[in-house]
Design a protein around this ligand. Structure first.
Ligand SMILES: [Zn+2]
Ligand SMILES: [Zn+2]
Length: 175
């Protein structure tokens, strides 16, 4: 394999993992997997959270790929891409946003400030539902997220959806 092919696989996997992480966070962790993720949305003592079990489970995949990749090289580079994403995630999410390991840096501007604000807004809602910003490396503007939060918190706006004819109908009215 050329170095370009290796780099392309790594970059592709980092981007793919952001999509995967978004979907897993949105639909699994805030869905049927809430039992583990709940610990991450609550105050707690101690260093570990039940939510860390996700990191362990997700780590199995690149470990297997590294081993299989000894026979088929592209898989080894794919595993490296996943690992790079895991490293970025640990830095941005665990260290930068949640200040684990005593890391204290509050970016005042730019991309990292935006990531920090976006994930803090994810934690603005205590429970499983109505949360915003489930991705990590692609974050929307804080103003957009705040508007989403307001819409989510307003049951009236949530229950009212336009029907096929474009009329606004209450979700309750259909039942
Ligand atoms: Zn969450
Ligand atoms: Zn978090």
């Amino acid at each position: 394999m050329t170095w370009f092919e290796k780099l392309a696989i790594v970059v592709f996997m980092v981007l793919f993992m952001e999509c995967f992480a978004w979907a897993a966070h949105r639909y699994v962790m805030h869905g049927w997997g809430w039992g583990w993720h709940k610990s991450h949305h609550e105050d707690h003592d101690g260093w570990f959270e039940k939510n860390d079990l996700y990191a362990i489970v997700f780590a199995i995949v690149p470990i297997v790929l590294f081993v299989v990749g000894l026979w088929w090289e592209p898989l080894w580079w794919a595993a490296l891409g996943i690992t790079v994403y895991g490293g970025i995630y640990a830095f941005v999410h665990d260290m930068l946003v949640h200040q684990r390991g005593g890391f204290r840096w509050v970016p005042k501007q730019g991309y990292f400030k935006r990531l920090l604000q976006a994930h803090r807004l994810h934690h603005a809602v205590e429970g499983k539902d109505g949360t915003v910003s489930h991705g990590f490396l692609f974050a929307r503007k804080p103003s957009v997220l705040k508007a989403q939060l307001r819409a989510n918190a307003d049951p009236q706006r949530r229950a009212v959806r336009p029907d096929k004819a474009g009329n606004l109908v209450s979700a309750d009215a259909k039942k």
